[in-house]
Write a protein that binds this ligand. Structure first.
Ligand code: ANZ
Ligand code: ZN
Length: 745
């Protein structure tokens, strides 16, 4: 009688075996080559979705493969557990966010175990646990000591009815999600991390990341946005603006300086405020600008609007008087919040000049000796050769950059400057379910860091939460403290960290997760960097940039040595159904749990790995799931049939095989070669699986049951089981034993 394939039963048995034998516990061993494999940890939303299943299966297959290659593998798992959804659920279900979160973690942990992932569960962490967040509080106070943390006013969404700050997700069509009131912009003091101090290194070190997709590096490169230019001063004509400071503009095109016909300043600029003092119209225009959205992408799409301040600026070279306008396209936070406008050579300036009838003066031509350029339909934005530019005529744009910068520098009217698009990282959130920022405000001493012996600042967990505003704001026992410096009554900071803060260093904490005396210990130097990081492309910029930044901060704090946290990055594609992204809001999700119940975890794993290479989108298909299930059944039967007819002792393979035997052996070794490359280097698991399916077909039609025939047959069959073990770990574990192997696969 043949055993039939019963996934539920064997998966439970095999998972118990792993658990009892601590099969995936990672232990540092300097004699053995390490491999740190990490998939981005999940937010504990309640249940796993197919995107998780795909992400974690890819990581697990790579981990198991590397282990079979003889590496000492670390594959940990944890929970990115702070965040807004817990607050929303708390309001809806009347449970505290902590309780909701920990219950979800328990549920999802069981789901991950059911999928048979080879995690070292002894290293599990949850970022909402004080054992974790106390170290980021400690680290923040170290950065504060070093001057890498500062406080500054920044704009937030303010709900005037609920009297609270809203997260961007809580603003729906410009109104508060709860009150429905029109949301206002409000400036409040917030904490910032000086990521700009690392801009240069974050850019330069991208070159070291050979194992990253080009596309992600380009996105990070653009996000940092380095540009070289000149900061130029335009003084203000005395008649109007007595005692006003010169306007500083930042330009990457000083070669166009002789073509400047007006200066444009941001609505938030000091001079704009000054101009508004004596003009109601200007004041109204500024108020109107402040209502529109702040993001750069949005600013570039809105209609360009401006107003003349009637102030005049003096051209630093010609001495000519040129008008100063307030314009909505000038960003307050970039450069110096003012632009020298060259409508002949900048399209945005051109459109503005056309609209408000400002002069357009061309100064750059395509050819060296030309003395005109057509700007009647559009600006001429290329670099070229100067004309109409007095003693700079005939220079190339590049030569003129240097000459003009030199002249301005010698006259004290300008300086070469490097600018970054990257802004400092605002880490304050006016939310409850996050890590408390460990600062105290004292009237006498200012901002004081919570001393090390008072850490962690615990987030009160048993609270009534109605969502109107953060309960921390009303918790007297949380807020009222004594100043650590002068002991006078003081107030605790009620803001919590941006949740990107927690995910910026968890990869390092896994290496010393049980250390309650230190944030990180020397074991980090054994495991870091992560050899393979796996996650969604949606994290191409923020998470990956913050993590790289934190890595450098931790290095400079002397906590460990490596410059970059992730040596290789794999960005997994989306899971689609009927061509659309699988998502709750579209109502087209497939519940992994149902699938596991029906087919077992190995089928689910095989399906997600077989349907597409990991970077590609994966189109859901019920028939493909069934196909995966059938293949595992076939493999099962292949082994069972063989066992029934197997001799008691399979002879070893002799040197002289007949043609058919040699052919099968050759096929096996070609397959091993291909699968090794597909799994280890190319990460094209689908073709590795296909090669094994092909080999299995050959076995099915191999009928030579001589002694030597059986010997090569068994070798090939074992080969398939070994090669598929990373993908189908449960069934392969069992089949391996059925073939008489004593050691676990
Ligand atoms: C004159 C000029 C002439 C410019 C020309 C461009 C072309 P990047 O490369 O991104 O650094 N700029 C400067 N500060 C600005 C602000 N606060 N808001 C909006 N625009 C600002 O861009 C630098 C260029 O962006 C600068 O060079 C300036 O316009 C504009 F033919 O100055 B340019
Ligand atoms: Zn004090």
């Amino acid at each position: 009688m043949q055993n039939s394939y019963n996934p539920q039963e064997i998966e439970r048995l095999v998972q118990n075996y792993w658990e009892e034998n601590h099969a995936f516990k990672a232990v540092e061993d300097s004699e053995q080559e390490k491999f740190y494999c990490l998939a981005m940890f999940p937010y504990p939303s309640g249940r796993l979705h197919m995107g998780h299943v795909r992400n974690y299966t890819i990581g697990d297959v790579i981990s198991r493969y590397q282990r079979m290659q003889g590496k000492n593998v670390l594959q940990p798992m944890g929970w990115d557990a702070f965040g807004l959804p817990a607050e929303n659920a708390a309001i809806k279900n009347k449970v505290p966010p902590a309780k909701w979160t920990y219950e979800n973690i328990d549920y999802m942990r069981a789901q991950l175990k059911r999928l048979g992932f080879a995690y070292d569960w002894s290293r599990e962490l949850a970022t909402c646990h004080p054992k974790y967040y106390r170290w980021e509080q400690w680290f923040f106070t170290k950065l504060f000591e070093k001057g890498l943390v500062y406080k500054k006013k920044a704009t937030v969404n303010w709900d005037p009815v609920d009297q609270t700050v809203l997260a961007n997700e809580q603003v729906i069509d410009g109104c508060g999600w709860r009150s429905g009131a029109v949301v206002e912009r409000k400036e409040i003091e917030q904490w910032f991390l000086k990521i700009t101090a690392y801009a240069e290194e974050l850019l330069k070190d991208l070159e070291k990341l050979d194992g990253w997709p080009e596309q992600v590096k380009v996105m990070q490169h653009n996000w940092v946005g380095r540009s070289e230019g000149v900061e130029i001063s335009f003084t203000i004509e005395k008649d109007h603006g007595e005692d006003q400071d010169a306007i500083k503009v930042y330009t990457t095109r000083p070669d166009t300086l002789m073509g400047v016909t007006y200066v444009a300043i941001a609505a938030e600029h000091k001079l704009a405020t000054f101009a508004a003092e004596c003009s109601k119209e200007i004041a109204e225009f500024i108020a109107c600008c402040k209502q529109t959205k702040v993001s750069e992408a949005e600013i570039s799409t809105v209609e360009k609007l401006g107003i003349d301040t009637s102030l005049l600026a003096i051209h630093p070279i010609t001495g000519e008087k040129i008008p100063v306008w307030i314009a909505n396209f000038v960003l307050a936070g970039y450069g110096s919040g003012a632009v020298m406008s060259v409508p002949a050579h900048d399209q945005r300036d051109w459109e503005f000049a056309k609209k408000y009838n400002l002069p357009i003066k061309p100064v750059i031509a395509e050819d060296k000796n030309a003395s005109k350029v057509d700007v009647s339909k559009n600006a001429f934005v290329e670099k070229g050769w100067l004309f109409n530019s007095a003693h700079f005529n005939g220079l190339s744009s590049q030569q003129a950059f240097e000459k003009i910068a030199e002249q301005l520098e010698s006259q004290g009217k300008g300086n070469k400057q490097v600018n970054y698009r990257l802004r400092d990282w605002g880490v304050s959130r006016q939310r409850y379910w996050g890590c408390p920022i460990p600062m105290i405000h004292c009237e006498k001493c200012g901002s004081v860091a919570v001393p090390e012996q008072d850490l962690p600042v615990l987030l009160p967990e048993n609270i009534d939460f109605d969502g109107a505003s953060s309960p921390l704001n009303n918790l007297a026992e949380f807020i009222n403290v004594n100043c650590p410096t002068c002991a006078a009554p003081a107030k605790r900071e009620t803001d919590t960290f941006d949740t990107f803060f927690e995910s910026s260093w968890y990869f390092a904490r896994y290496c010393s997760v049980d250390n309650n005396e230190m944030m990180l210990d020397e074991r980090v130097n054994y495991w870091m960097p992560v050899d393979q990081y796996i996650g969604g492309i949606e994290h191409a910029v923020l998470h990956l940039l913050y993590a790289r930044f934190f890595n450098k901060l931790m290095r400079d704090q002397g906590l460990y040595e490596c410059d970059e946290p992730f040596a290789n990055l794999l960005t997994q594609g989306m899971v689609l159904k009927d061509g659309a992204k699988m998502s709750k809001s579209k109502g087209n999700t497939v519940d992994p749990e149902e699938l596991i119940k029906k087919y077992g975890a190995d089928t689910v794993r095989l399906f997600v790995m077989f349907a597409a290479p990991p970077e590609h989108t994966l189109e859901w298909s019920d028939t493909a799931v069934e196909g995966s299930y059938r293949f595992i059944n076939k493999l099962w039967r292949l082994v069972e049939d063989y066992i029934e007819s197997k001799p008691n002792n399979v002879p070893s393979i002799s040197a002289d095989l007949n043609e058919g035997q040699s052919a099968l052996r050759r096929k096996l070794h070609e397959t091993i070669n291909k699968v090794t490359d597909d799994m280890g280097r190319r990460h094209t698991f689908n073709t590795a699986i296909a090669a094994n399916m092909e080999l299995a077909n050959e076995l099915q039609s191999f009928e030579d049951m001589s002694e030597q025939g059986k010997a090569v047959y068994q070798e090939a069959l074992q080969g398939i089981i070994l090669m598929l073990a990373p993908i189908l770990p449960h069934v392969c574990h069992v089949l391996w034993q059925r073939l008489g192997n004593e050691k676990a696969i």
